[in-house]
Design a protein around this ligand. Structure first.
Ligand SMILES: [Zn+2]
Length: 266
């Protein structure tokens, strides 16, 4: 019994600490101090700055964001009627829903296990069905689309101009994607000299050619170059010396920043 009582006591402490951490994280999120520390999001701060696993970091971030809109969930997490994983699921799936609906769904999640919560949202995800048969000289792909998927395909076909049928559109998309990757690879094996881009350089310093953009991205290894940041999301080409201060689009004046750090630089 002694061990059990000790564990009960520790469990109480654990709950208290979890709720203290959530409150402190809320302060961190509101002040966004993590930006100056090289983190581009609360998630990144939780994972790299505090050493949480990615899954836990995501849960903590979801709680903080959702608690901002629906503050009463913090109390419910403390009491144990809402689990962190339920809150995470709600955050992910209700993001664009109106506040009243969030409240209602969160209420209905109380005292449910994570599995029950997940089941509340279960919808068959539409995937494209493909039946593949290989022959010696060709491959047969039989494509099965829902009406909705087919409408999207038709819409793209119409937008792309009238010369396409489904077959040519598909080939066009494949070729285009392939070319994009090949271009990036070809450029990354090239040198970094400024004059290499002289030919395509436009007079407008804000305008950066695709080729130059690719070069900067490749050199940055597709990561934000803000000291300490490593983000691979929402990357933008940044003028180290801003254009309004006379910066140009020479290769040496360009770097990659994630949107958060670019915005912070202003
Ligand atoms: Zn960044």
């Amino acid at each position: 019994m002694k061990i059990h009582n000790e564990l009960l006591e520790l469990r109480q402490k654990e709950k208290r600490i979890t709720s203290e951490i959530l409150n402190k994280l809320q302060e961190m999120e509101d002040s966004r101090q993590y930006l100056a520390m090289g983190h581009n999001s609360l998630f990144d701060y939780l994972a790299r700055g505090l050493g949480y696993s990615e899954a836990t970091a995501y849960q903590r971030q979801a709680c903080v964001r959702l608690a901002k809109e629906v503050p009463e969930i913090k109390q419910k997490i403390d009491q144990g009627s809402l689990t962190l994983s339920a809150v995470t699921t709600a955050f992910k799936l209700l993001r664009k829903k109106p506040l009243a609906e969030k409240r209602k769904v969160l209420k209905s999640m109380e005292h449910k296990s994570s599995r029950e919560v997940k089941a509340m949202f279960l919808e068959p995800t539409p995937t494209i069905k493909i039946h593949k048969t290989e022959y010696r000289d060709k491959v047969h792909l039989r494509l099965e689309l829902s009406h909705e998927q087919n409408e999207k395909l038709e819409r793209l076909k119409a937008l792309k101009s009238h010369k396409h049928n489904v077959e040519s559109l598909l080939m066009h998309l494949i070729e285009k994607e392939l070319k994009l990757y090949e271009n990036v690879q070809r450029k990354s094996s090239g040198s970094n000299e400024n004059n290499k881009f002289g030919v395509t350089k436009s007079k407008n310093p804000r305008q950066i050619s695709k080729r130059l953009r690719n070069n900067v991205l490749t050199a940055a290894n597709y990561r934000c170059q803000y000291p300490g940041c490593d983000s691979t999301h929402f990357l933008q080409v940044d003028h180290i010396l801003p254009v309004r201060l006379g910066g140009d689009q020479n290769r040496s004046n360009l770097q990659i920043l994630c949107a958060s750090h670019n915005q912070r630089k202003g």
